[in-house]
Write a protein that binds this ligand. Sequence first.
Ligand code: SF4
Length: 275
Amino acid sequence: MKHVVMWSGGITSWATARHVIAEHGAASTVLLFADTNAEDEDLHRWNREAAAQLGMDLIRVADAQERDPWQVFEDKRWLGNTRIAQCSHALKQEPCRDWLTANTDPADTVLYVGIDWTETHRIPAVRSGWAPWQVEFPLTQPPYRDKDQWFIEAAAVGLRRPRLYDLGFAHNNCGGACVKGGQAQWARLLDVFPERYARAERAEEKMRALLGKDVSILRDRRGGTTKPLTLAALRQRIERRKVEQPDLFSLLDADPDDVIDTQDFGGCGCFTDAA
Ligand code: SF4
C-alpha cells in the first residue's frame, strides 16, 4: 500500500504525517504539497523543517502555469469568495489529482487529510470528492487533541511553528489572505501585513472593473440584510475607527462588532472541499 498525506503546511499536516509514518513507515508514505504561489515565506521554512524532522522529502506540485489565486480569478472571470473559491480547485485539488493519477493506483493507495475531530461533518464530501481514492482522517480518531497540543508536541521535537499562528491567523494558508477567510481574518491581515491587504484590495477592484459587477470577497450581514463588502470599504471602516480611538491596538481584541463581524473568521476548505 502507498500512503499519501495531503500536506497543506499547517500544523495538522505534520500531526497527520507523524501518525501515518508511525503506523505504516516512511518508506510507503508520501507527503504531497500543492503550492498556491501565494504562501507566506515562513510556510516554506516550516515545510522544510517539519518534513526533515519526519525524515521525509516533500513532493511539491503546482498549477502548470504557476498561477496564484488572483490570476485564477481573472482567468475564470469570477471573484473567489467565502462560499466559492476556484483557486482551491485549480491550485490544490487539480495538481494533486494529476499527480495521484500519474503516480498511484487507487486500488492500493490511501490518502490522508488533516481534518480533526471537530470537523467530522466534512468527511462524506471529502471522501466523495477524492474518489476513487480511499481517504482517511487520523486526527478524527482518539486520542483527541487540538492545535495547541500539537504545537506543544512540535516544539518538543525542536520545531518552530509557522509564524502566521503567532500573528493571530487560524490557518497557515495563502499568506493569511485566504478568500474563504471572513472579516476577522482580513482585519488581522490589514493589521499585520498591510502590503498584502493592499495587493488584495487592488486585485478585488480590478476584478470588479473587469466584470462590471458589484462583487466582493466578503459580505456584510449587518442590519439583517446581506450585501457585498469590498476590502476597500472594510479598510475604510477600520481606519475610521482607529482615528476615533487612536489607542486601539487590535480591533479583534476590542471586539467592535459595529466595525467588523468578529465572529466571521471563516475557514479554508483547501483539501477538505470536494476535489
Ligand atoms: S487557501 Fe484560500 S485563497 Fe488559498 S487556494 Fe485555498 S481557498 Fe484559495
